[in-house]
Write a protein that binds this ligand. Structure first.
Ligand code: GDG
Length: 521
């Protein structure tokens, strides 16, 4: 029987002591649920995106307060409380009541059109970005303002917590919050700051495009974090390189993965994010998923299935995916009438002009393939636009080929979820610029995302691969995901957090010696 302590926690947990003596604070732009008020009844809908998938899997393990932007009047009025997460778990959510105009500038001018595009190297520099007076206003009266509101709310929570706090900030929306929290609470005895960057972190050449005051605020802000996590080792190195280039007072040490600025050390590490395979299997076994699976199966019939699941997001490279499929049908016409490309698209950021345009381009590219190759009996491409995680899981059970071809992606969780629930020994065709390729590349068919021809050949290779090779690859993918699941992601961070706490207590002790060895870096 598992031993539990007075807080109901598994005593055998490798970090049981840490979990018991610290309070956790998570902060991200988007919370784990969206609230809807339906006929006076409050409904909770699971939030979209990979960050939510990953972090909700942790909710079972830690007692945490999760700060997120209020997105609606319902969120604002509801304010704070415990929310259910689907299974038996729940988490305390606190909405930060951000001013609507400030939020719009922070999200729709700075975070997405500027930082997201910069970090995914998605610009055609002849035309973009063009920073205008509006951009500067959005920086000062949007990005700075919202970060300050988060920092104030978090600082208050740190002060309220009886135990010291471990603050886990998430992603590019909150780059300025660490320095602002530190301004509010000078003594670091009350808290330790971690920040995890879910998207790629480019090197100095990309950051150079941002005006100096913005770049400095971001990099110096991140230098107030104690433990800075990235999806890949390269991203962590890019952070150190960027500090070396643009923060003149920073002292960087590549061997230790450390940047020191004004006597404060920031450790940069790679913690490849993952999924909760058991939780996913439980969801996959629900009646709702079963019904979707039956429906999808009826619609697909005997056709082989190529699947992709993404937010309607330019970095996901959806249009080139259809072009590659079209090229495959041209090069290998034997697949005509035998295969269907199912694209499940989750609407995303449609308030940003580029995203609306991209959705139009997606529909046009799919329509083009259907117009060219479709017959009265065969629809080569089916696009399903809408939100339904159960439907996404059902589709993942059925694919023969999963196409994940982003131009750039921090990790890509679909590449990890698919192999866990798939029932057809499906082959993964994976972009070498997705973080997931670091762990899964050996067992997938790797492609350069801009190479439509090679992607077409990879799709053909996947569809014609002998059964035994499919089985082996599928088993290896599953194993790689199981071995480095979301629990490992969390534990890697806690290992480092414990080491940093030791280092604070005893700067010349054992933790310092492991620092010299570079710990797991
Ligand atoms: C960022 C980084 C990084 C699918 N359909 C629905 C739905 N999904 C789930 C998927 C998957 C998740 O959403 C999307 O994961 P990605 O990894 O592709 O995510 P991004 O949103 O781009 O997220 C990414 C991730 O953060 C985690 O660090 O991997 O690189 O860009 O789990 O199955 N979710 C909901 N409704 C659907 O219809 N709610």
């Amino acid at each position: 029987m598992t031993k539990t302590n007075d807080r109901g926690r598994d005593c055998d947990h490798p970090h049981a002591d840490l979990l018991d003596h610290y309070s956790f604070i998570i902060a991200s732009n988007r919370g784990p649920v969206t609230l809807n008020l339906e006929g006076g009844e409050l409904e909770y809908q699971r939030g979209g995106g990979g960050l939510v998938t990953a972090l909700t899997a942790l909710a079972n393990q830690i007692e945490a307060a999760w700060f997120a932007s209020a997105m609606s009047e319902t969120d604002r009025q509801w304010g704070a409380g415990q929310v259910p997460l689907g299974d038996d778990s729940s988490i305390q959510v606190k909405f930060v009541d951000v001013d609507e105009a400030a939020y719009n500038r922070y999200y729709n001018v700075i975070s997405n059109p500027l930082l997201w595009f910069l970090q995914h190297s998605m610009w055609d520099y002849v035309h973009a970005p063009t920073l205008t007076r509006e951009t500067w206003e959005a920086w000062e009266k949007g990005y700075v303002t919202v970060n300050q509101q988060f920092a104030d709310a978090i600082a208050q929570q740190i002060k309220r917590n009886a135990r010291p706090s471990i603050v886990m900030l998430q992603d590019y929306h909150l780059y300025l919050a660490p320095a602002m929290i530190h301004k509010r609470i000078r003594s670091r005895k009350k808290y330790l700051l971690t920040h995890f960057v879910h998207i790629p972190f480019p090197g100095p050449d990309d950051w150079e495009v941002l005006p100096e005051p913005m770049r400095t605020a971001i990099l110096e802000g991140l230098c107030q974090v104690d433990l800075l996590g990235f999806q890949t080792r390269n991203h962590a190195l890019n952070f150190i390189r960027s500090c070396e280039n643009f923060v003149p007072k920073a002292r960087v040490n590549y061997r230790l993965g450390r940047v020191i600025l004004r006597h404060h050390a920031t450790y940069a590490r790679d913690f490849p994010i993952s999924i909760d395979p058991n939780g996913l299997r439980v969801q996959a076994a629900t009646e709702e998923v079963e019904l979707y699976r039956q429906l999808l199966q009826e619609q697909t019939g005997d056709l082989r299935l190529i699947l992709r699941i993404d937010r309607t997001e330019p970095s996901k490279n959806i249009v080139r995916g259809f072009q590659a499929y079209e090229e495959m049908l041209e090069l290998h016409p034997e697949h005509c009438g035998q295969v269907q490309f199912l694209a499940i698209m989750v609407p995303s950021r449609l308030e940003v002009e580029e995203y609306q345009t991209y959705l139009d381009e997606i529909m046009a590219a799919a329509g083009r393939v259907n117009a060219r190759y479709g017959t009265s009996e065969w629809e080569p491409v089916r696009v399903l636009v809408g939100e339904s995680y159960p439907r996404a899981i059902a589709a993942m059970q059925l694919y023969d080929v999963l196409l994940v071809n982003p131009i750039a992606d921090g990790m890509n969780l679909v590449a990890k979820e698919g192999p866990v629930v798939n029932q057809h020994d499906g082959v993964l065709v994976l972009s070498e610029r997705a973080g997931a390729s670091q762990q899964l590349g050996d067992h997938a068919l790797l492609i350069a995302p801009c190479d439509v021809y090679a992607t077409a050949q990879a799709l053909h290779q996947a569809l014609t691969m002998p059964g035994e090779e499919r089985r082996q690859r599928a088993a290896s993918l599953r194993q790689a995901v199981e071995e480095a699941d979301i629990e490992r992601w969390f534990c890697w961070q806690l290992d480092e957090v414990e080491r940093l706490i030791q280092l604070r207590r005893d700067p010349s002790g054992k933790a310092a010696a492991s620092d010299e060895k570079g710990s797991r870096w």
